[in-house]
Design a protein around this ligand. Sequence first.
Ligand SMILES: NC(=O)c1ccc[n+]([C@@H]2O[C@H](COP(=O)([O-])OP(=O)(O)OC[C@H]3O[C@@H](n4cnc5c(N)ncnc54)[C@H](O)[C@@H]3O)[C@@H](O)[C@H]2O)c1
Length: 334
Amino acid sequence: MSTILVTGTAGFIGFYMAKSLLGRGLTVIGVDNFNTYYSPKLKTARDEILRKNRNFVSVNADISDLKSVKTIFKDYSPSIVCHLAAQAGVRYSLKNPHTYQKSNVQGFVNLIEQARINRVERFIYASSSSVYGGNTKLPYSEDDRVDTPVSLYAATKRSNELIAYTYTHLWNMQTIGLRFFTVYGPWGRPDMAYWSFLDAMQCGAPIMVFNYGKNQRDFTYINDVVNGVLSALSVNGLDQYEIINLGNNKPVGLMDFISILEDLSGLRAIMEMAPPQPGDAIATYASIDKASSKLDFKPSTNLREGLQSFVKWYKDNPAIVDAVRSFRLSTQEP
Ligand SMILES: NC(=O)c1ccc[n+]([C@@H]2O[C@H](COP(=O)([O-])OP(=O)(O)OC[C@H]3O[C@@H](n4cnc5c(N)ncnc54)[C@H](O)[C@@H]3O)[C@@H](O)[C@H]2O)c1
């Protein structure tokens, strides 16, 4: 695998994946449209770090534009695709359905079709724990039925898995879908609770504690996720069609999460208790038996250690944190 196309490299997980592949001496073609779902300054800052490596090519393009996607395959002939670009976020999908169709469905079809035409060796893509939707059996296993998505975001991620199945069935193309579970860490996503809660605590603003604090999340540290994706890119012995959970296998309740964040930051949270949010799962909890046997996946960072790294990064990067906050206040999104 010499040239790898990674989509979403200005985003959180794509940035880490590109960094890690470049660190292994590989050439990375990074694609992102630097959209304004959250502060583009954070995206540009990640991209600037990647650009320092001469084996990184940064392409500003929208994957929903077929012409751009065709040009990228023609210009760079990648042997592997690691497709991480998407419109993320469950709550935003309630108000902005078309963005999800465009980036997550149309964009996905553009990429997988070009990957097929150009005989890419392996097509790895990001799915999500959200496909488990209203399921109540825990932990979530890849064998569970997943036909009750409770948000449009989840429905688009599930549709990616079904489209990938068709491509494997029709063309024997190797497609590997990775269901990520609440990924967090330095350079993370400002729309997620670990960032937005810490930021509110820093500003003395209240935080909304949905479902009265009873939700549970299987927080998974970014370095652990990167190890899982790296393995999916190169390991032997995978089937042509795979769906694999990448989670921490240790769900944590929201109130415990807040108290660890308070402890590590030395700040107090002003909590406003609220009913469940539409689209939110009550609990996420990954079975990682399959990841462990097929990818040798062993998450090793507990929530306290991982959050400590995030809190340190947040304190060490006030310019980025301020830019993200100003952007959020000016747009009121997400
Ligand atoms: N972070 C998590 O907890 C988590 C959990 C489950 C699944 N995922 C999935 O993992 C992937 C990466 O997520 P992330 O947390 O890094 O999110 P992110 O929003 O930080 O990164 C996604 C990147 O994709 C880019 N993008 C979006 N639409 C695009 C388009 N049409 N054309 C080109 N670029 C586009 C965005 O600008 C962004 O930089 C996504 O597919 C997401 O759905 C993430």
